[in-house]
Design a protein around this ligand. Structure first.
Ligand code: MEV
Length: 439
């Protein structure tokens, strides 16, 4: 067997050596080097900021940064920045935003901003005694973390509550100190994790200092925030009289609503459809989350945990049509920040936040939620009327043409030819072949 090619000390190598190590793995190292370095930022001070976000940065991975205009949210119009590679997402968000801007726009509200985290530990002493000591434990731990929490307290955040959870079904003697937090306009991961780690040490001190407890009965396991944040929720909705929907994709409004509602019910009850349905929501949400320098993995993880909280994975959005009013709404957790993290450091994230009027966390939750609902509406509208592929492939046409090395002239001709046809890869290749053969 060939010996695995393990590298030692890669992170300590000079950038040139890292590049050499990487490019030597390509068939054409010089071409790989040229591609990699071509994406470095020409302004060295900006490149330095980007490089320092992560270890072993060689270059930047470019993604489209686009805008979806005309988002009317709670009576205010936003131009929403979106970072996404999928060709139809910004177009779909823009079209849905425009559609709803003419029908009253999005209504959004934040139903809580509470974050949580846990100190996981084993305790082999008397569980009842520990439960009784909780008020004293809480006072002790709060006191210990006062200096650490002072800054957050000035911004209106801090520890809101804590409780002991005995979870013997996971393992005998396993406990959690379950702590809730407010983190103002920060996502708050660093604050939450720092406080929880301090609690881990503090609890040992408490056992040491308090008669009836022994530090040897305590084994801290881990201290970490949870990305399941059902207390940090945003709700976004659109609504209008059914008749005001007009003809949708060739369907009368009543027929459109009937099919639309059935599609939402399918996503409520069927996990395969629910996953794709929610993916369509995350298309819009993630694009805004990325454009504003937030952690999209946290939002994804939280959204899917919330979607499955009753034991079955379900749609995050809902629809109804009572008394002739069509209503479509989304409820999902959204743990976002507008200070800290990359939000100010990444030049484009900072610009996105400026464009959105320097929102606090709550406003950003409502904007990202609206983008999610817009994309969900656009996807369902296509799915239950024309089908998704026509629009999707039309948006994807330039990618297919680029893959097939089409010239500008060929792109124009293909654009005109496929305006009313499905541009599958095969159809586009056939079309190009025809015009290249002169037929
Ligand atoms: C594609 O990125 C998203 C959709 O599949 C969402 C959906 O099916 O609802 C179109």
């Amino acid at each position: 067997m060939q010996k695995p090619r393990i590298i030692t000390g890669f992170s300590r190598m000079a950038p040139e050596e890292k590049l050499r190590q990487v490019t030597s793995r390509f068939k054409d190292p010089a071409a790989a080097l040229k591609t990699i370095t071509s994406f470095l930022h020409p302004d060295q001070s900006i490149q330095k900021i980007l490089s320092e976000f992560s270890e072993n940065t060689l270059t930047n991975f470019a993604m489209p940064y686009g805008m979806a205009p005309n988002f009317l949210i709670n009576g205010e119009v936003f131009m929403v920045p979106m970072v996404i590679e999928e060709s139809s997402v910004v177009a779909a968000a823009s079209a849905a935003a425009r559609f709803w801007a003419d029908r009253g726009g999005f209504s959004a509200r934040v139903r809580g901003k509470e974050k949580n985290g846990q100190l996981h530990f084993r305790f082999t002493g008397d569980a009842g005694r520990l439960e009784k000591a909780m008020p004293a434990v809480e006072a002790y731990l709060r006191e210990k973390t006062l200096p650490m929490a002072a800054n957050m307290a000035r911004r209106g955040g801090g520890i809101t509550s804590m409780m002991l959870k005995n979870r013997p079904e996971i393992e005998p003697n396993y406990f959690q100190l379950f702590v809730n937090f407010e983190t103002a306009d920060a996502m708050g991961a660093n604050f939450v994790n720092s406080v929880l780690e301090e609690f881990g040490v503090g609890l040992k001190d408490f056992f040491y200092e308090t008669p009836g407890f022994a530090p040897s009965e305590y084994e801290p396991l881990m201290a970490i925030l949870s990305n399941h944040t059902p207390g940090c929720l945003v709700e976004v909705s659109v609504e209008c009289p059914v008749g005001e929907l007009g003809l949708v994709g060739g369907l009368e409004p009543e027929e459109f609503v009937r099919r639309f509602e059935l599609a939402v019910r399918v996503a409520q009850g069927d996990v395969h459809r629910a996953t794709t349905h929610n993916k369509g929501i995350m298309n819009g949400v993630d694009a805004v989350v990325l454009a504003t320098g937030n952690d999209f993995r946290a939002i994804e993880a939280g959204a899917h945990a919330y979607a499955a909280q009753d034991g079955q994975y379900r749609s995050l959005s809902h629809s109804s049509s009572e008394n002739g009013i069509f209503r479509f709404w989304l409820e999902m957790p959204m743990s976002l920040g507008t200070t800290g993290g990359l939000t100010k450091l990444h030049p484009l994230a900072a610009l996105s936040l400026e464009l959105l009027g320097h929102p606090g966390a709550e406003r950003l939750m409502m904007i990202a939620g609206s983008a999610g609902l817009a994309n969900n509406f656009a996807a369902l509208r296509s799915l239950v009327t024309t089908g998704i592929q026509a629009g999707h492939m039309r948006m994807h046409l330039p990618n297919v043409l680029m893959q097939l090395n089409a010239s500008d002239e060929e792109m124009k001709m293909a654009g005109a030819y496929f305006a009313d046809k499905k541009p599958s890869h095969q159809a586009v290749a056939g079309f190009l072949k025809k015009i290249r053969d002169g037929s």
